[in-house]
Design a protein around this ligand. Sequence first.
Ligand SMILES: [Zn+2]
Ligand SMILES: [Zn+2]
Ligand SMILES: [Zn+2]
Length: 277
Amino acid sequence: MKIKILGSGQDDGIPQIGCYCKTCNSARKQKKSRRLGPSIALISKKEKLCYLFDVSPDLKYQIDMLKGEGVRVKRKGQLPISGIFLTHAHFGHCSGIWCLGRESVDERNLPVFCTPKMGSFLNTNYPFNMLIKRKNIVIKKLIVGREIKMKNFNLSVFEVPHRNEIADTIGYEIQTKKRVLYIPDVDCWTEEIIDRIKEVEIAIIDGTFYSKSELSRYNDVPHPPIQDTMRRLRGAKTQIYFTHINHTNSVNTNREKRRYVENRGFHIAYDGMSISV
Ligand SMILES: [Zn+2]
Ligand SMILES: [Zn+2]
Ligand SMILES: [Zn+2]
């Protein structure tokens, strides 16, 4: 199986709306500098199945990125995905669901896996509740600590400290031949999460900022900066990929900074990147 990074950017991706910094301008000019909203696809070519983890506002471009991956469309006119797993309710991670309704693709009974709290948010708020009512999507509840068996992989979820104004936030451990963590959005690392990262083969984790000083309103939107995360994970055997990268992050345009990260054995995710799992 493989994981394809469909979006390696922070919620609004790069370029960010209304921003004309060097990084955003360069992303407007060339596609390779662009980062779509945060999402990954877990793809089984053998079974022709594809599951998305988080659905960003850039979903329509991300569905196009599945072309050539051998995934199956269940019904003509529907999307080539068998289900969606959500981490939390922030805009960049779930708003793509809005594209599944009658106004566009009019999906039929697409399973959306999330926590009971997140499910209750979707059930009680427009437009998500309309999608449930019209059976475009079906909510499947995930319980922290309980393993889920899918056709060709297992999965478990765990709580993640993050701004939970709306619902709660989880990270995923996906078990294929390898153990893979997906934690795109977190306020800070706990000892427990650091231990989890060290135990698995692959971890795709929050790399929003390089340093705390790059955004003046850092305290409103805290994330563990890459430079601290590298220090905490020094010596780990895990293959680590930083994702959810903000336009302010210097790894976007500063080659030396990027090399510094890579020379320490860490990877910076990019849109379209494939990771064998
Ligand atoms: Zn986010
Ligand atoms: Zn910018
Ligand atoms: Zn968030």
